[in-house]
Design a protein around this ligand. Structure first.
Ligand code: IMP
Ligand code: MG
Length: 171
């Protein structure tokens, strides 16, 4: 990835870090007296989750789900293909699902239903980016960093054909 020019970043490294401090502060307050398990959706949530959890003032467990979302439903009728499920038992635990972006909402809607069936004490959703105009299912994130228009973005975990995830900004 040499010589790539994304022009002006949509969100700079500093803007992203400031926003994460804000969200981290809210999460720390909201879960001050609760046992929290943060569940990151790989691969996109990797950097966001890493920075967000390190901004918290409370102790937290972490786990991961690896899945891919397809525009068309797979053979099994699922819009989301699970590549690897989480390890922790979430029954009666407070769960925060962390994703890079909510677009149509289909992925998070699917994961929420899957996790709710396991009987957590609570389940909230945290995303860095929110393309709210694109929603196909009625769902909102409990914590959302930035609302963005319907443009394809990369960087800070988000990819285009598996590239550009390692950019420190969103472009
Ligand atoms: P949803 O199920 O439509 O909400 O899609 C969510 C998934 O689509 C995210 O986890 C991303 O992996 C991917 N996605 C949606 N919009 C973008 C984008 O602008 N850039 C990179 N990935 C995106
Ligand atoms: Mg993703």
């Amino acid at each position: 990835m040499v010589g790539i020019d994304f022009g002006k970043p949509l969100f700079t490294r500093e803007e992203i870090q400031r926003k994460i401090q804000e969200i981290g502060s809210r999460v720390s307050t909201d879960y001050a007296d609760k046992d929290l398990i943060a569940v990151g959706v790989l691969k996109g949530a990797l950097f966001f989750m890493s920075d967000l959890l390190r901004s918290l003032r409370i102790s937290v467990r972490m786990d991961f789900i690896h899945c891919t979302s397809s525009a068309t439903k797979g053979k099994d009728g699922n819009p989301v293909r699970m590549l690897c499920d989480m390890k922790e038992d979430i029954k009666d635990k407070h769960v925060l699902l962390i994703e890079d972006i909510m677009d149509s909402g289909v992925t998070i809607d699917y994961l929420k239903k899957m996790l709710l069936a396991r009987g957590p004490a609570s389940l909230k959703v945290c995303v860095l980016l929110d393309k709210s105009d694109r929603r196909q299912v009625p769902i909102e994130a409990d914590y959302a960093g930035f609302r963005i228009p319907n443009k394809y973005v990369v960087g800070y975990g988000l990819d285009y054909n598996e590239l550009y995830r390692n950019l420190r900004f969103v472009g």
